[in-house]
Design a protein around this ligand. Structure first.
Ligand code: AMP
Ligand code: MG
Length: 498
């Protein structure tokens, strides 16, 4: 009898696109697989029962050792701009999509990251290490817990097989799950190769499955672009409001569905710093925290350029000019869309209940400067801000600031503004706690979980996964995960190798 995973897996709809879009291939098995962690919530969403973690066949399938005979795994081809430079053809160099599961009115592709080389691996070995797999697994599920659109992660499996990075590390596979892993880079790929029929096919596929509202529009491709832009603006506003820095915002890491995609050297800010760079190979700071919205805009510009041929009725210069004129206002709308979204999110974090009056925005702006100047822990500050409202001395967070005069000044204008808007302190506290997480995936927590896991104890990975799925709730059993980073965490450097 097939196991639940086997019986749920179906051919991926992406396969209908044909050979120009992917290569069919089998994963390269890793020996002696074992489980590291699973996401019970996601397993449940997919309709896998609680016995999933003890299912030996599932373990083999998710490590690429066994492939159900009816499956046709594939690696997709894409191209992209990396660090602002055209990189040409890339593709799934180590991610192999097994198939899809239809559950809860959606289809979910299951992709094995680290399942062996593909024709797109270039010089890479097609593998992923346990360290980076744990980071991706935990952050995917943490982002979901925060309500931020993201690819998900069902499980990590590992093998004693060794792979060489800066040092020798164990190989692992993370099973990523998403309605689609299609990237901006896929559109750029077909556009740059002059394959306009395929570009149209890909766009029609994405519209039919994920943006059907565009079909009602007079100019479906233009409207599709606008919808992608809106989702992207919303996503990056959420990142900025929670203090998330992606680290490698190349166009091949941009999801066409507006999901957070490809977790590499990402980081949540501990001490707030607008110019924070979490990828140490990014010496120019192109992908610094504060630059992210602008980079999204730039990446959207690349997408618009890629879609131009199918947005335009014929290849005459006039038609092209006309399309460009239609795209311009959509692109220009990005900044406002982003800002509005960000301002509302920040307003809620401060307890202003979404008020974005000039005075509220001024207070938000002043706070950002103050947090930056004083290197204040971003998550800790916001989580404790609601407690501060109850503190008649308003001094609760004061000793974290060097500029105490600035703190007093800001605090007094903040309290005044709460009064002006007419916020009831008792009612606002639970609301603030619903938007200011207590728990985030801090670098030191990820590092501690990795170190323990490398020594064979996966308890912390599983505990963090559980805790970070409910980041706004008080979880006394996980109080230690809410503390400020220890001194050693200041010197942590996240390796970009993965
Ligand atoms: P990333 O920086 O992880 O988004 O990867 C950029 C490109 O390099 C993608 O095409 C990846 O599939 C590929 N890649 C990264 N690491 C490896 C690896 N170890 N083996 C093969 N391809 C890889
Ligand atoms: Mg990538």
């Amino acid at each position: 009898m097939p196991t639940p995973l086997e019986s749920l897996l179906q051919h991926s709809a992406f396969l209908s696109l044909g050979k120009d879009f992917y290569t069919s291939l089998q994963p390269t098995p890793l020996p002696h697989a074992s489980w590291v962690a699973i996401s019970p919530e996601l397993a449940n969403t997919l309709g896998l029962n609680s016995a999933f973690k003890t299912d030996e066949v599932a373990l083999k399938i998710l490590t690429g050792i066994e492939v159900p005979s009816s499956m046709k795994p594939y690696a997709a081809v894409y191209s992209g701009h990396q660090f602002g430079v055209w990189a040409g053809q890339l593709g799934d160099g180590r991610a192999i999509t097994l198939g899809q599961i239809n559950a809860q009115d959606q289809s979910w592709e299951l992709q094995l990251k680290g399942a062996g080389p593909t024709p797109y691996s270039r010089m890479g070995d097609g593998r992923a290490v346990l360290r980076s797999s744990i980071r991706e697994f935990l952050c995917s599920e943490a982002m979901h817990g925060l309500g931020i659109p993201t690819t998900r992660a069902l499980a990590i499996t590992q093998s004693p097989a060794q792979v060489i990075r800066e040092s020798i590390e164990n190989a692992a596979v993370v099973t990523r799950v998403a309605p689609s892993f299609i990237r901006f880079g896929q559109f750029e790929h077909f556009a740059s190769n002059g394959m306009h029929d395929q570009l149209k096919e890909l766009t029609d596929f994405v519209i039919a499955r994920f943006y059907p509202e565009a079909l009602q529009h007079e100019k479906p491709y233009l409207y599709f672009f606008e919808l992608v832009l809106k989702r992207s603006a919303k996503l990056v506003a959420q990142w900025q409001s929670v203090g998330f820095c992606h680290g490698v915002l190349n166009t091949d890491n941009m999801s066409i569905l507006g999901l957070t995609l490809d977790y590499g050297p990402f980081g949540f800010l501990d001490k707030f710093a607008l110019n924070h760079i979490c990828n140490h190979t990014d010496s120019q700071g192109r992908y610094s925290f504060a630059n992210q919205p602008q980079v999204f805009y730039w990446n959207l510009l690349c997408l618009a350029q890629a879609l131009l041929p199918i947005m335009t009725s014929d290849d005459s210069d006039e038609a092209m000019e006309q399309t460009i004129e239609q795209i311009k206002p959509i692109l220009t709308s990005f900044t406002n869309l982003y800002l509005k979204e960000y301002q509302v999110l920040m307003s809620r974090k401060l307890g202003f209940d979404g008020d974005t009056s000039e005075q509220s925005l001024h207070i938000i702006q002043e706070l950002i400067q103050l947090l930056d100047k004083n290197a204040i822990d971003y998550t800790y500050f916001f989580r404790n801000l609601s407690r501060l409202i109850q503190d008649p001395q308003r001094s609760l967070l004061k000793d974290h600031f060097i500029d105490t005069v600035g703190y007093d000044r800001w605090m007094s204008s903040y309290i005044d503004q709460l009064r002006i808007i007419g916020i009831d302190p008792d009612l606002v506290i639970p609301k603030m706690n619903q938007v200011n997480p207590k728990y985030i995936l801090r670098q030191h927590l990820a590092q501690m979980a990795i170190t323990q896991s490398q020594l064979g104890d996966h308890t912390m990975v599983q505990n963090l996964q559980q805790c970070l799925s409910h980041p706004f709730e008080e979880q006394p059993e996980f109080e230690e995960y809410a503390t400020l980073p220890p001194e050693w965490a200041n010197h942590l450097e996240v390796s970009c190798s993965s």
